[in-house]
Design a protein around this ligand. Structure first.
Ligand code: HEM
Length: 342
């Protein structure tokens, strides 16, 4: 599982690589390959050499025309990988409302047409070779880099799944989830508390619709009974949020990372620590010792100098997320069109 972060300072060197005997290294590499489901960096280097540059160029062009598409593409990979694994199932349309993508958990999902656009170009270059699931993973990686995040290698070789079920998306994490539910949904996908914090920090870029704040601002179950505003929101911030999102306003959008939206940095974690999380699930990360420690470790002023290194660790977490439930080898298919099974 070769991978490296190409831009961030200070990588993590796995302890084993320091003084382990060579046979142990071989075993480790083999096991890592198995854990990744046989994905490998540069999987298309012979079969479709222009695959990665084509996706990058499509994403770059889309981002120049509309920079908000970049965070949308990053979110798209999360939604692909957490439902049936990273198999492109979220891209399937049709079925009279019974496709996975029709589930309300995918509310506001965008960027599917960018994936389809890249697919059309790749089908012209190398028909039947590059999977839609890989295009989703590469596009998310490029979106991270183009918003100022780390550049990193993404192992490829995913194949497209052949199932799309409305109800499968019920398993996605939700803004109403408490920290226990978030932890168990990540654990169900082989990701731990550190991954939960690192990956949620993707909210450093991007926006949310007021739709996802309505309950937190106006319909939150209060400890003494009744409904109102989430009492953990500091009063000044509550007024700010209410002035942006009036009752019943579902469509206005606001940055998830207050004061630093659109810039890839760790300010989202400082915001979470200081009570300025915009959506409830981000706020929940500061409700549990395990995740509080992770938030604190990356949001301290000195972590940029002495680690842990957010950019490197975020890239590694993205690679782990991109390996969830992958379909490889002879299983699945390589779709001709991303929104339809062959
Ligand atoms: C922990 C559970 C998570 C929950 C409950 C959650 C929820 C949300 C919600 C409600 C939005 C606003 C969507 C909209 O209004 O369009 C959003 C946006 C976003 N999410 Fe998450 N998210 C989670 C984890 C993640 C992860 C793991 C990633 C990627 C690694 C991610 C990446 C994004 C991005 C980039 C946006 C901005 C999208 C845009 O601007 O169009 N999220 N998320």
């Amino acid at each position: 599982m070769a991978r490296r972060c190409r831009s961030s300072g200070g990588g993590n060197v796995p302890g084993l690589a320091v003084a382990a005997p060579s046979w142990l290294l071989v075993v480790t590499v083999v096991l890592a390959g198995v854990a990744d489901g046989q994905l490998q960096v540069g999987f298309y280097s012979k079969s479709c050499p222009g695959a990665e540059s084509t996706v990058a160029s499509v994403v770059r062009q889309a981002g120049s025309a509309d920079s908000t598409i970049l965070p949308a593409l990053l979110r798209l990979q999360f939604h692909d990988c957490f439902v049936r694994g990273c198999d492109g199932s979220v891209l399937i349309k049709g079925g009279g409302g019974s496709a996975e993508v029709d589930n309300s958990k995918h509310q506001g999902l965008r960027g599917l047409e960018i994936i389809e656009g890249a697919k059309t170009q790749l089908e012209a270059q190398c028909p039947g070779v590059v999977s839609c699931a890989d295009i989703v993973a590469l596009a998310a990686r490029d979106a991270v880099a183009f918003t100022g995040g780390p550049s990193f290698d993404v192992p490829t070789g995913r194949r497209d799944g052949k199932v799309s079920n409305l109800r499968d998306a019920d398993a996605l994490p939700d803004v109403h989830d408490g920290i226990g539910a978030l932890r168990s949904k990540f654990r169900a996908n082989g990701l731990d508390e550190k991954d939960l914090v690192l990956l949620t920090a993707a909210h450093t870029v991007g926006t949310t619709a007021c739709f996802f704040l309505q309950d937190r601002l106006y319909n939150f179950p209060l400890p003494g009974g009744g409904r109102g505003s989430d009492p953990t929101i500091p009063p000044g911030f509550l007024s700010e949020l209410k002035s942006r999102c009036a009752p019943g306003d579902f469509n206005t959008r606001l940055p998830l990372d207050r004061g630093s939206g659109g810039v890839f940095d760790t300010s989202i974690l400082r915001n979470i620590r200081n009570g300025f999380a915009v959506i409830g699930s981000d706020a929940a990360l500061y409700n549990d010792t395990a995740t509080v420690d992770v938030v604190d470790s990356y949001s301290g002023l000195l972590s940029n100098f002495f680690g842990p290194y957010f950019r490197q660790d975020f890239a590694d977490a993205m690679v782990r997320m991109g390996s969830i439930g992958v379909v490889t080898g002879g299983a699945g298919e390589v779709r001709k069109v991303c929104s339809k099974f062959n």
